[in-house]
Design a protein around this ligand. Structure first.
Ligand code: HEC
Length: 206
């Protein structure tokens, strides 16, 4: 009889878990992160005179990590056009071009290659999956397109910072210098696959 009960009990438990949805609150063994003294968004709280739990920023406060140069932080020049090149100050403070490229490769392969692929041809895992499902809006473009080869460095930076349509924004995941390092590396990727003619042109324009 007892064995039967145990078997029945186990069976009920198992069926309750498989794919089933429940409107009951979850049973949580250790509740210490659930029960914590805190205020919810918009909740009234008596400590401050205005009784708001959401506190305004202290005026003039600047976070330690914040980039103080507006052009470096946005990729926009003073005239509001895009910066044409990665700011030299950023490359210098990151130990020069070679080290900066290395960092850019590292970050690119972590953050971008899933969609844009390691070589930048837009055939990363996510894009291939999207294409096979017919979701063409989620397929990342190739960096070796003529148009993308010629957009300014600042525009590449702004695309990473703000995202673009289906591409997510990375302002909060990738620090400013790393975003510029990725731009530097994308330019190297583009150069590595540019037709010989394009290479000759860059040689001449130097
Ligand atoms: C989740 C997939 C995904 C990831 C990750 C991703 N992208 Fe994209 N990216 C896209 C898609 C999709 C588009 C096309 C957006 C559109 O035009 O609608 C795009 C477009 C772009 C463009 C073209 C912008 C233009 O002017 O047309 C650039 C440049 C770019 N991505 C750079 C990057 C870089 C650099 C990273 C890494 C920091 C990155 N992307 C990460 C999906 C991704």
């Amino acid at each position: 009889m007892r064995t039967l009960l145990i078997v029945l009990g186990l069976a009920t438990l198992a069926t309750a878990c498989v794919g089933g949805e429940s409107s009951e609150p979850p049973i949580v063994g250790i509740r210490n992160m659930y029960n914590q003294p805190r205020y919810d968004t918009q909740e009234r709280q008596p400590f401050f005179a205005d009784q708001r739990s959401m506190r305004p920023q202290v005026e003039g406060a600047v976070s330690r990590e914040m980039e103080r140069s507006l052009t470096t932080a946005t990729g926009l020049a003073a005239d509001e056009g895009y910066l044409l090149e990665v700011p030299a100050t950023v490359i210098a403070r990151r130990g020069g071009s070679a080290a900066f490229l290395k960092r850019g490769k590292d970050r690119y392969e972590i953050f971008c290659a899933t969609c844009h692929s390691v070589s930048g041809d837009g055939k990363g895992m996510v894009s291939r999956r999207a294409a096979s499902l017919g979701a063409s809006g989620l397929v990342a473009p190739s960096f070796h397109d003529d148009r993308l080869r010629h957009i300014p460095d600042g525009q590449l930076f702004a695309t990473i910072t703000n995202g673009l349509r289906n591409m997510p924004a990375y302002a909060h995941n990738i620090p400013v210098d790393d975003r510029w390092a990725i731009v530097h590396y994308v330019r190297a990727l583009q150069l590595s696959q540019a037709p010989v003619a394009a290479l000759k042109n860059t040689e001449q324009s130097k």
